[in-house]
Design a protein around this ligand. Structure first.
Ligand SMILES: Nc1nc2c(ncn2[C@@H]2O[C@H](COP(=O)(O)OP(=O)(O)OP(=O)(O)O)[C@@H](O)[C@H]2O)c(=O)[nH]1
Ligand SMILES: [Mg+2]
Ligand SMILES: [Zn+2]
Length: 308
């Protein structure tokens, strides 16, 4: 019987099937497209499950090929990675300007990942009630100015406030599988609870001492949107977003503002760092590429170098 993994704890998996939810275990090992994974099965996976003879338990016997996934480097095991979720239609990257602060570098790393599978991404600036200081408003403006022209919509929300959330989000979520991602404490679970009250995900105040989240959500979990169809996936907060397996000549393909100029540089193995006749550098100079984005490009490139 086919099903979809809606919750994974690492030792058992909740699988939604046409006959309801079944709690399943993993049987055997799975080949993983040459990926070294800390989690062989991820939320969002389509799987084949089978009831164990004379037992109330089920086993997962097969994973169907993943259409896409969002993956990050494992925080504990180097050379291993962790699939955050798979088979998603769009990602909502929840960011905050204050408590905690999300950096542009973090946003760019996430976007490189979602671009690599062409997963449409919306940036949601939550905790807008805390954005009052001039420099925070400036940062907000930067976010709008940098990302909107690249095709990443930027929305502003106050997830603790009921006002208009369902009206704004319902049409965006309809019939789609949407991933919620971002740092711990930005309000992913708070937003999810507002959109799907039945989910009643735990939420927790951020640490007063560090102004950072306390990692309240520990497992990814997918919830059905009952009225309009579709799913929302709540995930644990991520600290850093290590990018993996992106070739140094390929990285610029995942920056939409650079992608359009590729193939126009003098050298076809141009890394757009200091090569003569580089069109990307020319466009940067002319102001068509945002300097912050270019900085992120160089940072990711060098970081990847260090891992090679
Ligand atoms: N002021 C303000 N606080 C908010 C807002 N949204 C969420 N919070 C608060 O921020 C804290 C963290 O929210 P969570 O929803 O637990 O954050 P999370 O992103 O799920 O965090 P992890 O599960 O740790 O990844 C809670 O105390 C929320 O009440 C908002 O729009 N404004
Ligand atoms: Mg949470
Ligand atoms: Zn170049």
């Amino acid at each position: 019987m086919k099903g979809r993994v809606i919750k994974s704890t690492g030792s058992w998996y909740l699988v939604e099937t046409t006959e309801g939810l079944v709690k399943s275990r993993l049987r055997g090992k799975f080949k993983q497209e040459n990926l070294k994974l800390t989690n062989p099965i991820a939320v969002g996976d389509f799987v084949e499950v089978c009831k164990e003879a004379d037992q109330p338990t089920w086993t997962i016997d097969e994973i169907l090929p993943r259409e896409n996934y969002i993956i990050r480097k494992s925080t504990r095991k180097t050379h291993f990675s962790h699939i955050i979720a798979s088979n998603i239609d769009q990602a909502f990257l929840i960011v905050t300007i204050r408590n905690p602060r999300t950096s542009l570098g973090f946003i760019d790393r996430f976007l490189v990942s979602s671009e690599s599978f062409r997963i449409p991404t919306t940036i949601i600036v939550n905790k807008m009630d805390m954005v009052v200081k001039e420099k925070d408003l400036d940062y907000l403006q930067d976010i709008h100015e940098i990302y909107e022209p690249l095709g990443y919509p930027v929305l502003e929300t106050v997830a603790i406030d009921d006002h208009g959330l369902v009206e704004i989000f319902s049409p965006l979520l309809k019939g789609k599988t949407t991933l919620l991602s971002g740092h711990s404490g930005v309000g992913k679970s708070t937003l999810l609870n507002k959109l799907i009250p039945k989910a009643s995900q735990a939420t927790q105040e951020i640490s007063k001492f560090s102004a950072k989240g306390v990692h309240t959500t520990t497992f990814a979990e997918m919830f059905m949107l009952e009225e309009n169809g579709g799913y929302l996936i709540d995930t644990p907060g991520i600290k850093e977003f290590g990018i993996l397996d992106i070739d140094e000549f390929e990285l610029s393909h995942y920056f939409p503002e650079m992608r359009q100029y590729l193939g126009q540089c003098k050298y076809n193995n141009c890394k757009h760092l200091n090569e003569p006749g580089c069109v990307v550098l020319e466009k940067l100079e002319e102001g068509y590429i945002h300097p912050y984005r270019y900085d992120s490009y160089v940072n990711i490139l060098h970081e990847e170098d260090a891992h090679r």
